[in-house]
Design a protein around this ligand. Structure first.
Ligand SMILES: Cc1cc2nc3c(=O)[nH]c(=O)nc-3n(C[C@H](O)[C@H](O)[C@H](O)COP(=O)(O)OP(=O)(O)OC[C@H]3O[C@@H](n4cnc5c(N)ncnc54)[C@H](O)[C@@H]3O)c2cc1C
Length: 367
């Protein structure tokens, strides 16, 4: 079976890996670079039970376990580490002592108080998102998959309307099946296929390089600035010593080319400033990267995993919103099962069937 996967973010990479493991011929097509978008710039925080009570609870629990297995079996160091996760209150105006319910780790010596532990080494972990995505692509290629740099421009269909191939930079790559895994850019594929709308929500983040090490931990912070404005930064101190932090967003529209995502340096500086206010070890440190990315989200904020209505051979794998790094392994494995066996046996994909949302037909004519 020849499968073309459009987009080498973590969802496309995972799908390619599990397809290659099953002996399918997987071709991954990427417009810019592996993990150039959210999959390389996200927090890389994963949690076993934070999706409990939602349709993706089973997917998340299966994925958390699969992450542990992949960390043992993939031949790569991408900083997988089980960590403690804390809920923290911080303020430029002081007065957070009333929230203090437990002792802070030594590195949290600034204007803050630890309210509670919301995750432990049993339930939360961190990975380096870009290195993880690259590890999946490398492992897929070692098992026979192919990575092609190019822009997907359309889907070729035969007289019956079934997928025949994928148009990439003016050429056609023959395919029995295509998986649209272009994250928020999956919206562009609605010109070729009847797809539910997918949007991109933009967030800014920084990567800091502390000179004095901080413990690998994650913090979910409620922060008040000097003007009394509130934000909710998330901080992930990774296994490699780098500290990632986010907490600023914008409603900038998604650019057509992923290479054109712009960074607002002032928003990034504010994230770094808050980190410095929380910890002297993060004050006046090197800002290694300032970055922005879009998380893919659809109308009900749940993943879209399944066949495209009325187009044999076309599949969609996107919409993972704020949990794409967590849910990539189980999503990729389930997509590979669906493609190769006709159904997923490891998790129930029915809550994520794209058919649950009204399809938008822009131009789905067969050619
Ligand atoms: C600030 C932020 C923090 C986050 N933190 C976490 C976290 O801690 N834990 C977690 O689980 N999730 C997190 N997420 C969510 C997670 O990052 C995303 O859900 C996930 O990365 C989506 O992966 P994807 O493969 O669907 O899309 P993307 O990573 O966007 O990949 C899509 C790929 O498609 C390519 N592409 C686009 N157009 C074309 C084309 N025409 N032809 C070929 N290729 C194309 C792009 O270049 C890109 O590489 C975070 C998201 C944000 C924004």
């Amino acid at each position: 079976m020849k499968v073309v996967i459009c987009g080498a973010g973590v969802i496309g990479a995972s799908t390619a890996y599990f397809l290659a493991e099953r002996g399918a011929t997987a071709t991954l097509v990427e417009r810019c670079d592996v993990a150039c978008a959210a999959s390389g710039k996200s927090g890389g925080f994963i949690a076993r039970d934070w999706c409990d009570g939602q349709p993706q609870a089973e997917l998340a629990r299966a994925s958390f376990d699969l992450h542990a297995e992949l960390a043992r079996t993939l031949d790569a160091d991408y900083g997988y580490k089980r960590i403690d996760t804390l809920l923290v209150a911080g303020s430029d105006r002081g007065g957070v002592d009333r929230y203090r319910a437990m002792e802070a780790p030594a590195w949290l010596d600034g204007h803050c108080a630890v309210h509670s532990a919301i995750g432990s080494t049993d339930t939360t972990a961190t990975i380096h998102p870009e290195r993880f995505t690259r590890a999946l692509v490398d492992a897929a290629c070692a098992r026979g998959a192919r990575l092609v740099h190019g822009t997907v421009e359309g889907i070729a269909r035969d007289a019956s309307g079934a997928v025949r191939g994928v148009r990439v930079d003016g050429d056609e790559i023959a395919a029995d099946a295509v998986v649209i895994a272009m994250g928020p850019w999956s919206v562009l594929a609605a010109r070729w296929l009847p797809l539910p709308p997918v949007a991109g929500l933009k967030g800014y983040s920084v990567v800091l390089g502390p000179r004095t090490p901080v413990a690998a931990q994650a913090l979910f912070v409620e922060y008040e600035n000097a003007a009394g404005e509130h934000s909710s930064p998330e901080i992930v101190a990774r296994a490699d010593g780098e500290v990632w932090a986010c907490g600023q967003s914008s409603d900038d529209p998604l650019p057509v080319d992923p290479a054109d995502v712009s960074v607002d340096e002032a928003k990034c500086r504010e994230i770094a400033r808050i980190c410095g206010a929380l910890s002297s070890r993060l004050d006046d440190v090197d800002i290694l990267r300032t970055q922005a990315c879009y998380r893919p989200i659809c109308a009900d904020a749940m993943p879209l995993l399944g066949p495209v209505r009325d187009v044999p051979g076309a599949y969609l794998a996107t919409g993972h919103n704020c949990w794409g790094m967590l849910n990539a392994p189980a999503s990729g494995r389930a997509m590979a099962e669906l493609l190769c066996d006709g159904a997923s046996s490891s998790v129930d994909l029915s809550p994520f069937d794209p058919a649950r949302l009204e399809a938008v037909r822009i131009d789905a004519a067969a050619d």
